[in-house]
Design a protein around this ligand. Structure first.
Ligand code: SF4
Length: 420
């Protein structure tokens, strides 16, 4: 068993793999795996009896082409027939979960991907109407959706349709405005596209608009990144989210060794300075910056997942679910193909590939790892979820981070306050 310093130093050494994902590899969870497929439905049904509230994540795995840095479950070059078929399957999966989740309050909902707006307006409507019809959505739940600049720029009627369907937060990946880097990463984009996209998003009515930016690429200079940050600020989104490139499983994995942790940390600091100078707030280490007071800037689904460990059901190809005491990945996560997902749903089975019955220590590890996405752990939320005192449970770790001035222990002043 490694002590805190060894864990910390190993994390620095393998910094490309040390992120908020947990577990880092499924192999470490094999001992918890439910291997008998016939048990899964009853197990999942029983697990959800433990929860009163949860979030929904719906995955749309389609993109025009896969960006070279993308690690998500994405299918490229799909046509409308495949997308229609997928939506049919998704609706059936939603129907299955609606029976399991009857009476449970839905407190977060994200339509993510992939590129959900690659779907037709008809399919987006079918999914959204099914969400409302099949689940008990709490009235203050903000529906959130993701788009690309090219779609937002070229299909204003689709963006308007999303607003009319009830989506109130929209997120758009810009990633970088460096033409050279965009080309190297296999992505489309230009100033005129971004500006048109923002115009259409605002015209549709969205007042909660997030832009994603990325850093930590081998061929991304600090000047490239600061230009991108300054450009994003000029577009005036309410929120800006930074993603450090994670190389694992991407087409540019071989470049990882060329990016030092110093470069990554320097670029985060650069972003922190530029964004806070321009009125965006976040505690140090957090990825999403917002210029709206008392708003974390993330979707309800993500905010509640990160802070409170609120459980969620992920539906769609490769989607992840985290119950009170289980973790599951849908079919398609590994092979990034639809066949097995389709077969399971057609046979009336939940399309789960791997499901793990978690002992409490692993649920705790999962919640705390994800909490670092916001760079703080809410001690009250931890207590409410696990009935344990965080500082006692992690006594050695808390001592280590305090002694090394890696974190602070603070009393919160308000619900949307900074670090705790
Ligand atoms: S648009 Fe987003 S989800 Fe699609 S391939 Fe690029 S990074 Fe991945």
């Amino acid at each position: 068993m490694m002590n805190c310093r060894e864990v910390f130093e190993t994390g620095l050494l393998y910094h490309h793999y040390a992120n908020t994902a947990y577990p880092l590899t499924p192999h470490s969870f094999m001992q918890y795996r439910i291997n008998n497929r016939d048990e899964i439905r009853d197990f999942v049904t029983g697990e959800w009896q433990k929860a009163d509230a949860l979030s929904l994540y719906i995955h749309v795995p389609f993109c025009k082409q896969r960006c070279k840095f993308c690690e998500y479950v994405v299918l490229e070059h799909t046509d409308e027939d495949i997308e229609n078929e997928y939506v049919e399957l998704l609706l059936k999966e939603m129907q299955m979960y609606s029976e399991i989740l009857k009476g449970k309050k839905i407190v977060g909902y994200d339509l993510g991907g992939g590129t959900p707006t690659k779907l037709s307006v008809e399919n987006l409507t079918r999914i959204t109407e099914a969400v409302r019809r099949l689940f008990d959505i709490e009235p203050d739940t903000v529906f959130s959706v993701e788009t690309t600049p090219v779609i937002a720029a070229n299909e204003p009627e689709k963006i308007k349709a999303l607003y009319d369907l009830g989506y109130r937060r929209i997120s758009m990946g810009v990633q970088t405005v460096s033409a050279k880097l965009l080309e190297a990463l296999g992505r489309e984009g230009s100033a005129s596209v971004y500006e048109k996209a923002v115009e259409n998003i605002r015209r549709a009515g969205f007042e909660s608009f997030n832009i994603d930016l990325m850093y930590g690429f081998l061929y991304q200079t600090d000047t490239d990144f600061s230009n991108t940050l300054r450009y994003a600020v000029v577009l005036k989104p309410e929120h800006i989210t930074l993603y450090r490139n994670r190389y694992k499983g991407t087409k540019i994995e071989s470049e990882a060794g060329g990016v030092s942790i110093y470069k990554a940390v320097y670029q985060y600091r650069l972003a922190y300075t530029i964004l806070t100078d321009n009125g965006y707030q976040a505690n140090v280490g957090k990825n999403t910056f917002s210029n709206v007071p008392d708003d974390y800037g993330t979707s309800d689904y993500l905010t509640k997942r990160v802070i409170y460990g609120t459980p969620y059901v992920g539906m769609g190809l490769g989607a992840q679910s985290f119950g009170i005491d289980y973790l599951a990945y849908n079919l398609g996560a590994a092979e990034k193909r639809m066949e097995r997902y389709k077969k399971a749903i057609t046979e009336g089975r939940l399309p789960i590939q791997d499901i793990y019955r978690l002992p409490q220590e692993e649920s705790i590890a999962k919640m705390v790892s994800v909490a670092f996405y916001f760079a703080f752990v809410d001690l009250e939320a931890f207590k409410a979820r696990f009935h344990l005192d965080f500082c006692q449970y992690f006594r050695d770790e808390v001592d280590f981070v305090l002694q090394n001035k890696l974190m602070e222990l603070k009393q919160a002043e308000s619900a949307a306050d900074s670090p705790r």
